[in-house]
Design a protein around this ligand. Structure first.
Ligand code: SAH
Length: 491
């Protein structure tokens, strides 16, 4: 028995990844089995020489293209002199055994196809994603099982992993320079891998992934420093309307304080081990205790956490974001603000209502009149002027009040409106009508929160320009009977 033959007591193979660039690999045999092995070796940069009595068409073609050297004739041990690796792939078992023995005598690694006993090295089943490779071997004991495992791993690993490897390679030096401390580097990698970069690559957004990685690197120094608060707008509900920056914030957060307006689909995008605090729900229907939220933000940031304060829409549009920043600033906590798509933008877009229009409206006003007190503070005479679009937030409960005051101040009773309920979400409803019937129509269709009222000539365009979800419901047909002008709806 030759030295190359595995002994009965050997337990397991040692996995190695060989750098074959510029190195000679000899393949003995030139049939279909040899062709398969050559295929696996081709783009490793190995200098492949094939020795065989005759070659099949595929191998002959490769030789003609200059990708391999083909030598027709008998195997000769001297051909191993400059080889690092030899593959014996002839149909002749004796010949294969001779190759293996000659290789062993020269300490050249030999692989004999379908002959574990004579193979000093084996070719594993490989899953390849660019330069990332996963090799599977059963040591020759159960090749079918290895193939099965390969297929399962194949399904687990996204195609974009190859891009990810390249991305990290391009920034390798910068990563090492910025993050000299190994545990810190490891934490950074974990964060990046759990974050937006792999996701962007999966979506084939290579340029955005590059920017996100660069950002993560720029933020790297602060990885273990003082905590901070990111005030983040989550948009109106459709997860596709999150900004890339919001997504990244969610992926890097240690603690997330969110409102009830933020949907499950968006929360599901957050880092898995981030602590979630629903500050909407914990208020249990009562008015949210703003001071309690401020305390939570400050406490978590002080103990070093990256806190995300996640709000529906935009944090600076009826989101009390300003008050929170004031509290943070007073406490000396670092903060940033990530804007979001506010309900007026989203509802208008998803209902096919341009907020401004050369023919109908030169300005837009974002308004809230959710209670008598806040309504009293508004400039109704200004709001009642035409050629402007009004977007009322939190208006479901006060539509009667809105109608009465606008009409009293001279806005035409025929001004079109659209109520957008659950804007941008699958269950979106758009209900249209004219100002004079606003509360009655809303009641007839039992409009629920969250809903946004868009009032102005542009609202009539929803009829023609709608594109998302169900067509607008024209409320005028169904509720023309009611004449009450002082009805207030419950939220
Ligand atoms: N900061 C948020 C507004 C918070 S006030 C933003 O910028 O959008 C809450 C009000 O916003 C709701 O009462 C409703 O009028 C409106 N709103 C929020 N999301 C909405 C949605 N998906 N559809 C309709 N209205 C919405």
């Amino acid at each position: 028995m030759s030295q190359a033959v595995a002994t009965a007591t050997s337990q397991r193979l040692f996995p190695l990844f060989a750098d074959l660039r510029g190195r000679r690999v000899l393949v003995v045999g030139a049939g279909s089995v040899a062709a398969r092995k050559i295929g696996a070796l081709l783009d490793t940069g190995a200098r492949i020489r094939v020795v065989a009595r005759a070659a099949n068409a595929e191998i002959t073609a490769l030789a003609e293209q200059g990708r391999i050297a083909l030598q027709l004739g008998e195997f000769d041990a001297a051909q191993l002199d400059d080889a690092w690796l030899v593959v014996a792939a002839t149909a002749d078992e004796d010949c294969n055994a001779r190759v293996a023995e000659a290789a062993a005598a020269r300490r050249v690694f030999a692989n004999v196809v379908d002959d574990v006993a004579h193979s000093a090295v084996q070719f594993p089943a490989v899953i390849q994603r660019g330069r990332l490779q996963v090799a599977v071997s059963s040591g020759g004991a159960a090749p079918m099982l290895a193939r099965h495992v390969r297929a399962r791993v194949e399904a687990l690993l996204d195609e974009s992993l190859g891009d990810l490897v390249e991305l990290f390679e391009r920034h390798r030096d910068a990563i090492r320079t910025r993050l000299r401390d190994l545990p810190q580097r490891r934490r950074w990698f974990e964060r990046v891998l759990a974050g937006v970069v792999p996701r962007l690559l999966r979506a084939r957004q290579r340029a955005a992934a590059e920017v996100a990685l660069q950002d993560a690197l720029d933020a790297a120094e602060g990885v273990d420093a003082q905590g901070s608060v990111l005030l983040v707008g989550a948009g109106p509900g459709d997860a596709g309307l999150l900004t890339l920056r919001a997504l990244r914030a969610l992926n890097e957060a240690d603690v997330i304080l969110h409102d009830h307006l933020v949907g499950a689909e968006i929360l599901a995008m957050a880092r898995r081990d981030a602590q979630m605090i629903d500050v909407g729900k914990q208020a249990q229907g009562a008015r949210v205790d703003q001071a309690w939220i401020h305390r939570l933000l400050i406490e978590h940031a002080r103990r070093g956490a990256r806190v995300v304060r996640l709000k529906g829409g935009d944090p600076f549009v009826f989101g009390r974001g300003g008050e929170e920043l004031e509290a943070l600033q007073a406490a000396g906590i670092r903060y940033e603000v990530v804007p979001g798509i506010t309900a007026a933008n989203a509802c208008a877009a998803y209902a096919g209502i341009p907020l401004t229009h050369r023919d109908h409206a030169q300005s837009v006003r974002l308004v809230t009149a959710h209670c008598e007190q806040s309504a009293d503070r508004l400039d109704w005479a200004g709001l009642a002027q035409d050629r402007q679009t009004l977007a009322f937030y939190m208006g479901v409960a006060g539509l009667g009040r809105i109608r009465d005051r606008l009409v009293a101040h001279g806005r035409a009773a025929t001004t079109p409106f659209a109520i957008v309920e659950n804007g941008s979400r699958p269950e979106q409803r758009v209900i249209t009508g004219t100002l004079v019937q606003l509360p009655e129509i809303a009641l007839a269709h039992s409009v629920q929160s969250p809903a946004l009222l868009i009032l102005g000539e542009v609202a009539a365009l929803a009829e023609r320009l709608h594109w998302f979800g169900a067509a607008p419901i024209d409320g005028r047909c169904r509720s023309a009977t009611s004449t009450s002008h002082s009805l207030d709806l419950a939220a």
